[in-house]
Design a protein around this ligand. Structure first.
Ligand SMILES: Nc1ncnc2c1ncn2[C@@H]1O[C@H](COP(=O)(O)OP(=O)(O)O)[C@@H](O)[C@H]1O
Ligand SMILES: [Mg+2]
Length: 278
């Protein structure tokens, strides 16, 4: 069992556990979780993705592996199967990307300690460099459940005032739960609307949310379309999707501690890169 110090469950490992969260649904948490995991894996990192959205499981569809899910996280927590049986290896990323699905419906409550012992087991079996935990889009018990296990949180904000307010509230909640290391990912960023003065720029989003920025993912219609076929950005061979894959790679690089410009190779024109200054 783990040590519980100051409410934080500590594990003897270099693995970083990152929760991907916002108290608002539809801002792109699951999209960012899946595509960031893939980008990290393409960089050679071992990544385990755990779907903790117990109210609305979706990562199996986003990864396109819904037919392969036989067991889920609850089966492991309740001892109905071994972690190896519930973890699916994603063949797209040469032994680097692993995924454990959420149950269709969480049957009972379980504790952070129970979840932590599953993650400790997963760390031993799969040696991940990162565990990415996807969470539901509401102020929920799930966030309280996973917060004690998190080394950091990625707060996802889409390019809307409602999402920015939700991101601010999420930061405050996480703070109270002891997750001090928080970074902001601006998703579905609409550069056209900023250039035409219709939407707020990045600096204003940072001001509202009071959170340090780690990445910007542009809005891309083709992303949501190819998601319906279980495709991740990096595997779709077209210009727009390659640009989005680059944006995810920038976030992955920054998460790994690299000093990478936020929009490197995302916008070719200077005008759009200068959007950051607004
Ligand atoms: N950068 C983006 N550009 C275009 N559509 C996006 C982007 N990010 C997410 N979406 C779409 O928005 C919807 C909600 O995304 P999802 O990841 O399920 O949000 P959440 O997990 O926060 O509820 C999905 O249909 C997804 O395809
Ligand atoms: Mg989701």
């Amino acid at each position: 069992m783990s040590n519980v110090e100051n409410g934080v469950l500590s594990a003897p490992s270099d693995c970083k556990t990152v929760i991907v969260t916002s108290c608002k649904g539809g801002v792109g948490k699951s999209t960012v979780t899946a595509n960031l995991a893939y980008s990290l894996a393409l960089r050679g990192k071992r990544v385990l993705v755990v779907d903790c959205d117990f109210s609305n499981r979706s990562l199996d569809l986003i990864f396109g592996c819904e037919d392969s899910v036989l067991y889920d996280l609850c089966d492991v927590v309740y001892g109905r199967c071994d972690i190896e049986k519930a973890v699916i290896k994603d063949e797209r990323a040469a032994d680097k990307l692993f995924f454990c699905a959420a149950p269709m419906e969480a049957e009972e409550d379980f504790s952070s300690e129970q979840l932590n012992s599953v993650l400790l087991d997963a760390k031993e079996r799969f040696s991940p460099d990162y565990i990415l935990i996807d969470t539901p889009g509401a102020v929920s018990e799930t966030v309280e459940l996973v917060a004690p296990l998190a080394d950091m949180a990625l707060i996802i904000v889409s390019h809307q005032p409602t999402a920015a307010r939700a991101a601010e509230r999420t930061g405050i909640t996480l703070d109270k739960l002891g997750v001090k290391n928080q970074r902001l990912v601006v998703n579905a960023f609409d550069s056209e609307a900023v250039l035409s003065g219709l939407r707020t720029g990045i600096n204003e989003l940072i001001d509202i949310t009071h959170t340090r920025l780690i990445g910007i993912i542009p809005y891309e219609y083709e992303l949501s379309l190819s998601q319906e076929f279980g495709k991740l950005c990096g595997e779709v061979d077209n210009k727009n999707m390659k640009r989005i894959a680059k944006a995810f790679d920038n976030v992955a690089a920054r998460l790994c501690g690299e000093n990478r410009p936020l929009l490197k190779k995302v916008y070719s024109d200077k005008k759009r890169r200068e959007l950051l200054e607004r």
